[in-house]
Design a protein around this ligand. Structure first.
Ligand SMILES: *Cc1c(COP(=O)(O)O)cnc(C)c1O
Length: 512
């Protein structure tokens, strides 16, 4: 049961103390310090229990103005007591959406993997920066081991490549772009845009993640020079269209240099045909990047990796977010390169005060100069610990289970054609569908019914949030009005939860 936020009582002796009565201010305060932290941990553990309790609501929704009234968010002039801090922690979680709840199907990152969470707690406590071996020796070595292992999984010919963890898949995609441009125009780093005689052009599908297009604006191409290639009905890039557009740009004197295919598109979960696109990249001398931020997890499944990711080893770079399908805690995103050395030569600035060449140890372990950040958060420990716990095998089972649950959901939707309309056969765990309220059940399916069904989505979603029993996302795309996109990427979900989901949509929406 949800705890009352005033339940977390410190002892009378500790309650009125303040921040400077505990460590590091008071050396003799080990007991009170421990009591305070234990109480905060009680708050966290109760949140973990509530998250996994199907009788608990996913969220307690309030509009922003109302929420502001419920919370005391002011940062005061004089600090508050330890007791108040514990209450503040409890109140914060009371109004937080439980993204690990078994009925939270709203986002690509769902679920609360407890081993990964334990890792994140340790990371917070170690509180170190990842730029040098000097201050993060164990974490740097872990990063090395896990990144090498991930590259091995991408392909045998990747072992001697290079990788880095980035703050999100969007930035991982940016690293791929930067490395590709650096490889083709090594003088760009020093001489800038003038070294490139002609307009650089990049290509991606009209279903790709918007961060790919954002590379074009951030890096000076302009979004008009990120060419959006048409996709087929399933949402997969059409290779012949890509080739046509590359030739068209070449004929205009432009320089096509970068193709970003998507392995698991964000909305439909589609996989672009990598092999056919790799042929085109080879033919025209373009860098091939695979954005597998979403679908990358399937590389761990012998059964499900092919045909979806066939040809991935032919890419030059791969984005892969463990914080999505693999369930690592936010954030955990990786970018991998087949060729070693590019990250360093592209991004190195050799800051004298961090990356001295005359250090005690082998400075190849100072990874900080490979990135465009200075400080880097430790995102490896939670992934390493999770991988220790699951092994390759555990991850494989997790991937296969998510797809099995997706098949189950598709079957249940098909079993109830009066109430649900499946938009396409999913390749990943994204299930795209409409819910059909009673008054539209007799209407033959047509564009005008789709318009009506689209109008239902925000209303039904609002009802879900107000009841707090279910969260499923919706969006329009360029082919259809609003539709629901359900994501199964949480280890908490079972077949019963999927039946609950469909019944609950009907309960909340039948009268619309
Ligand atoms: C989620 C996603 C991204 C962006 O990842 P973030 O970690 O949210 O920045 C990029 N590409 C695809 C295909 C995605 O699904």
């Amino acid at each position: 049961m949800a705890q009352n936020t005033s339940n977390y009582k410190l002892s009378a002796a500790a309650g009125n103390l303040r921040y400077n009565d505990i460590l590091p201010y008071k050396v003799e305060s080990g007991g009170v310090t421990r009591e305070f932290l234990q109480k905060v941990i009680d708050v966290l553990l109760d949140f973990v229990n509530d998250t996994n309790d199907r009788n608990e609501k996913i969220l307690d929704f309030h509009h922003p103005e109302e929420m502001q009234k419920l919370l005391d968010l002011q940062v005061p002039n004089e600090g508050v007591s330890l007791q108040q801090l514990v209450h503040d922690c409890a109140t914060t979680l009371k109004y937080q959406v439980k993204t690990g709840h078994p009925r939270f199907f709203n986002q690509l990152s769902c679920g609360l993997d407890l081993v990964s969470m334990a890792g994140e707690w340790l990371t917070a406590t170690a509180n170190t920066n990842m730029f040098t071996y000097e201050i993060a020796p164990v974490f740097i070595l872990m990063e090395n081991v896990v990144m090498t292992h991930m590259r091995e999984i991408i392909g045998k010919n990747w072992v001697n490549g290079d990788s880095i963890l980035a703050p999100g898949g969007s930035i991982s995609n940016l690293y791929a772009f930067l490395a590709a441009r650096h490889k083709m125009f090594p003088n760009y780093k020093e001489k800038g845009i003038a070294t490139i005689q002609g307009q650089l052009v990049m290509f991606t599908s009209d279903q790709s993640h918007y961060s790919v297009k954002s590379c074009a604006s951030v890096c000076g191409l302009g979004t008009d020079n990120c060419v959006m290639v048409a996709s087929d009905e399933q949402g997969r890039m059409i290779p012949s269209e890509l080739e046509r557009l590359v030739v068209e740009r070449k004929n205009r004197g432009h320089i096509p240099f970068f193709v970003a295919v998507t392995a698991g598109t964000t909305v439909l979960g589609a996989f672009d045909p990598i092999n056919e696109i790799a042929d085109i990249c080879e033919k025209y001398g373009m860098w091939l990047h695979v954005d597998a931020a979403w679908g990358g997890g399937l590389l761990l499944s012998k059964k499900n990796r092919n045909p979806r990711l066939l040809g991935v080893e032919r890419a030059d770079s791969v984005t892969w977010n463990p914080h999505k399908l693999m369930g690592a805690l936010l954030q955990c995103s990786t970018i991998h390169f087949k060729e070693d050395g590019l990250l360093m030569s592209c991004n190195q600035m050799s800051a004298d005060y961090l990356f001295m060449q005359d250090k005690l140890y082998d400075i190849k372990y100072d990874t900080g100069d490979k990135v465009i950040q200075c400080g880097r958060h430790n995102d490896i420990f939670k992934l390493w610990l999770q991988w220790r716990a699951k092994g390759d095998h555990g991850f494989e089972e997790h991937m296969d289970r998510l797809l099995e649950l997706t098949d189950f959901m598709v079957k249940r939707i098909r079993d109830q054609p009066d109430k649900f309309y499946l938009i396409l056969e999913p390749e990943l765990v994204n299930v795209s569908f409409w819910y059909i309220p009673t008054r539209l059940r007799r209407m033959p399916h047509s564009p005008s019914r789709e318009q009506e069904l689209g109008k239902m989505c925000p209303i039904l979603k609002a009802r879900m949030m107000q009841t707090g029993t279910l969260m499923v996302g919706y969006q329009p795309d360029d082919r259809r009005p609003n539709f629901f996109r359900n994501i199964i990427s949480s280890a908490a979900v079972t077949e019963k939860d999927i039946d609950f989901l469909l019944n609950e949509m009907d309960r909340l929406g039948h009268d619309l």
